[in-house]
Design a protein around this ligand. Structure first.
Ligand code: MG
Length: 258
């Protein structure tokens, strides 16, 4: 897997460096983060101008440099841009990230911007990853046909399930594009994506938020089996896990009104 959520509470580049080193010490060999959230968090769900201030960009780059220095050259560093940027900003940031040998530069522009993505890709040295907000094989088709990404990251829930994820992965296989399922929704999403990837030769890594491990395990009948950053899957029928429905019934989300 690759680790996300390892930076909880971090603000300074030194904080990020320390947390990255601690995550590597747990056995993870790939880490992802968005180094620009100090300024871009308000635009996480609403694109406005697509720009970042010079100071905000410098602080983000300082975080990336600090993390790279802390983990060394053998650890993979993945950067998520959350679709925040316009074309010139995405190109400038992407080329600065490439200087730190990032493994991928994720969603540099909003997900519907195929033409913008093509323009960014022509001008950016860093490998591109997209796909958490592309939902079916038809949404991924222009990515493959126009060579718009080096990696794809379909989401087993948002694509509609295991079957659609598997079909998208097979399409990617024909283009020699690695697949890396997006995860931000919980235990069953992780387990379903992992099982699917066990059948996918072009699998890269599964996303995993280490900060959420306790809550992931709380709703399962047995904890996730994670060893040195690898998720081991059970051999039982189905997904191999049952939900702890008593725990779930006793701990409803206060915001849930379904
Ligand atoms: Mg993302």
């Amino acid at each position: 897997m690759y680790a996300n959520g390892w930076f909880t509470g971090c603000t300074t580049p030194e904080d990020f460096a320390d947390a990255a080193a601690a995550t590597v010490a747990q056995g993870y060999t790939a880490l992802k983060f968005d180094p620009f959230t100090h300024e871009m968090q308000p635009f996480h769900t609403g694109y406005v101008s697509g720009t970042i201030s010079a100071g905000g960009e410098e602080l983000g780059m300082d975080k990336v440099a600090a993390v790279r220095e802390a983990v060394g050259s053998k650890i993979e560093v993945l950067i998520d841009a959350h679709g925040h940027y316009n074309v010139p900003t995405a190109i400038r940031i992407g080329n600065r990230l490439a200087e730190h040998s990032v493994t991928w530069y994720e969603e540099p522009v909003p997900p519907e911007g195929y033409a913008a993505l093509a323009q960014v890709r022509q001008s950016v040295a860093a490998p591109i990853c997209v796909g958490e907000r592309l939902f079916t094989r038809y949404d991924f088709l222009p990515i493959f046909e126009n060579r718009l990404a080096d990696y794809i990251m379909p989401d087993v829930v948002w694509t509609g399930g295991i079957s659609e994820l598997r079909k998208i992965a097979t399409m990617a296989e024909a283009y020699y594009i690695p697949v890396s399922p997006h995860n931000a929704m919980g235990s069953i999403q992780i387990i379903a994506g992992a099982h699917t990837m066990m059948t996918v030769p072009n699998f890269y890594r599964l996303e995993f938020s280490i900060a959420a491990l306790e809550s992931y395990n709380a709703v399962l009948d047995k904890p996730l089996d994670i060893r040195d950053g690898n998720l081991l899957l059970p051999t039982g029928p189905g997904l191999g896990y049952d939900l702890d429905t008593e725990f779930m019934a006793a701990h409803p989300d206060p915001a849930w009104n379904g």
